[in-house]
Design a protein around this ligand. Sequence first.
Ligand code: LLP
Length: 420
Amino acid sequence: MNHFQLKNNELFCEEISIKNLAEKWGTPLYIYSHSTLCHHFRTFDSAFQGYPHLICFSVKANSNLAILRTFIKEGGGGDVVSGGEVFRCLKAGIDPKKIVYSGVGKTKPEIDFALKTGILMFNIESTQELNLINQQAKSLNTKAPVSFRINPDIDPKTHPYISTGLKKNKFGIDISQALNKYKLAQSLKNIEIVGISCHIGSQITETAPFVESLRKVKGLIKRLKEEAVIIRFLDIGGGLGITYDKETPPHPSEYAQAILREIRDEDITLVLEPGRVIVGNAGILVAKVLYTKSSSEKNFIIVDAGMNDLIRPSLYDAYQEVIPVKISSAKKYRADIVGPICESGDFLARDRLLPEPQNGDLLSVMSAGAYGFVMSSNYNSRPRPAEVLVAGKRSYLIRQRESYKKLIRGEKIPGFLMPE
Ligand code: LLP
């Protein structure tokens, strides 16, 4: 359920027409619905009601401070993968004890920052990382709370670029080596083992891969107990998919039931790292039609948003639904919807049937709330779009559109290149 609805053939976000928002804030424009964000968070959270759990929103999916703040106010924590994401979480007012830190390439300064912040746990991905964290904790005269990220070798049946739990992927520690790694961690003075973690991929549309990996991890927890290694937190990552097109992912309650069935008897706190399922359908990207043109083979609708604003279609060949903000013509038009970037891979959608657009019409790219703005860039020196949060009848600018001046911030021409 989301709060982007057509009313008399015109798209609204909550109680405001998208057309009004585009006029007020310009295009391309990311728009998020506050009610949808809260609704998705609460639906996910309440699905685990009755079992000790912590929802650590996956910050990489959408890291805008206002979005993070929304979830923090709902009691959420953060799943982070960089020092920058720790910084953002703190700026948004998070309780550091609700931060879990994953990622294969944590640097020394990032580790120090997280240690000083006092996070809930590091999800460790290699022995070398474990040793470095131990060393840094020692130098800061503290103990680092850790879990190992286990690679359970499960096929999540999703796009290969976003599958993470297979042996051939760079993520986690081979489950067959995990016991030894835990024993090693036990012997390190500045390490405190608190948990175990696992994340098998993203946009997963069935419960079976989650259950399968959980069973493997459960087996490991049992073995660890025999070795007197006590696991307090079981972090099962994120990955639950959403409907972009015709996918039928399980509802969060179905997902939760499948998980809870497996761990009902464990004395453990569950940590979850959902990203897409919370924010994906809570955001759209609005673009303006600049031109239409036809070759002998195809029609093109050229809009003012490109792959630098939303890269998912180009990068993963991902489907994003595109609908007119206002239906102005009964005549249909089949076309590729493309951006202004100088690359043939710059498209938002291909071969779509839409009402024939006029120049200046607005199109909405749906389900753009996750991995949308966060993956945007300045390629072709295009300022990144503005982001707006809608709550009821009001809209709030939560990120200014970039200016040309911002485009060159930090750049310098060395003196020897300057005119004499
Ligand atoms: N936890 C970890 C350790 C992760 O690596 C990820 C996502 C998540 C949680 C959140 O997963 P979610 O619930 O959002 O599926 N850019 C790609 C998705 C990359 C996902 C990376 N990791 C896309 O646009 O589809």
